[in-house]
Design a protein around this ligand. Structure first.
Ligand code: NAD
Ligand code: UDP
Length: 312
């Protein structure tokens, strides 16, 4: 059945891939974005599709449209961007959630929140299962993002319990792929851009901290399964991530090798509150979504490197 689907943050990195996939499935897609970190270029290839609409709007303001499903992705995701205007970041998560939940309630639409592994903070349990409540600094430089996303989860659960809004929550772990912003400061884009330009690869700290990187297509598949294939009463939260865990030193070596770069490593101070390790426990996603990531780091990096070759 053709559905009317609203994607907030639809002109961003993940949002643009999600819009593309939903259009390919034959749905009508509205991408709402204020173009803070997203861009028209990210969705330029979709504009000619008559079932696609790009709407300039800020989710901190109410918005009304006929819709069957809402994917709420609007929020800058990289530390450089979300710390640029910390107050705006937390407003986007909190007021954006309230406005989109209000719309879902009014239209009886199903709504999915793009939450994050950052709700686990600097985790004391490894790997992180959904039951873990996290270890988040409420007053640090990452708090505008982490706590904003935690409040958004609370709002989703309360609208569900109190107003029977049809919600789904996914907790997304570090994701990479084509259309990442080249200057957003995230590790995969930084390393690839630096390697392609034969510049020093910037390792923060000693590079032994770990992350688990998932390719964007795997994430989009997981999000759509959560929205479309789970029972109405199953709301999550569910982790969507790739359990392959790498140190930043390992990532740098892989990127240098795959690009054939002459770059050397340079070591810079570790930003405050930077989590030491992160890896999803995806048993829940396997059980409830019949999902697991398919694309290995090397394969995904090659696709991403090929994209960045066209933009840098
Ligand atoms: P992104 O910055 O590319 O996309 C965010 C989009 O939201 C951008 O297009 C931006 O312009 C838009 N936006 C920001 N504030 C807005 C506002 N007030 N009103 C309307 N639009 C606004 O980042 P992304 O990596 O595509 O992330 C998308 C979502 O996924 C975010 O909610 C992020 O928190 C979540 N997420 C991403 C990752 C990751 O590794 N990329 C990990 C966990 C969670
Ligand atoms: N990082 C790094 N060099 C960079 C950018 C990031 O070593 O040029 C590190 C960063 O300190 C963190 C990890 O890479 O430990 C992942 O950073 P990113 O900003 O991509 O994601 P997040 O910290 O939000 O998981």
């Amino acid at each position: 059945m053709k559905k009317k689907i609203l994607v907030t943050g639809g002109a961003g990195f993940i949002g643009s891939h999600l819009c593309e996939r939903l259009l390919n499935e034959g749905h009508e897609v509205y991408a709402l974005d204020n173009f803070f970190t997203g861009s028209k270029e990210n969705v330029l290839h979709l504009i000619k599709n008559p079932y696609f609409e790009l709407i300039r709007h800020d989710v901190t303001m109410p918005f009304f449209i006929e819709t069957d499903e809402i994917y709420n992705l609007a929020c800058p995701a990289s530390p450089v961007h979300y710390q640029h205007n910390a107050i705006k970041t937390i407003k986007t998560s909190v007021m954006g959630a309230i406005n989109m939940l209000g719309l879902a309630k009014r239209k009886n639409a199903r709504i999915l929140q793009a939450s994050t592994s950052e709700v686990y903070g600097d985790p004391k349990i490894h790997p992180q299962p959904e039951e873990y409540w996290g270890h988040v600094n409420p007053i640090g430089i990452r708090s505008c993002y982490d706590e904003g996303k935690r409040v958004a989860e609370t709002l989703f659960m309360d609208y569900h319990r109190q107003n029977k809004v049809r919600i789904k929550i996914v907790r997304i772990f570090n994701t990479y792929g084509p259309r990442m912003h080249p200057n957003d400061g995230r590790v995969v884009s930084n390393f690839i851009v630096q390697a392609l330009q034969n510049k020093d690869i910037t390792i923060y700290g000693d590079g032994t901290q770990t992350r688990s990187f998932q390719y964007v297509d795997d994430l989009v598949e997981g999000m759509i399964r959560m929205m479309q294939n789970t029972p109405e009463n199953y709301v999550g939260p569910v982790n969507i991530g790739n359990p392959g865990e790498f140190t930043m030193l390992e990532l740098a070596e892989k990127v240098i090798q795959l690009t054939g770069s002459k770059s050397k490593l340079t070591f810079l101070p570790l930003p405050s509150d930077d989590p030491l390790q992160r890896k999803p426990d995806i048993s829940e996603a396997k059980k409830m979504l019949d999902w697991e990531p398919k694309i290995h780091l090397e394969e995904g990096l090659i696709k991403t490197i090929n994209y960045f070759k066209t933009v840098v």
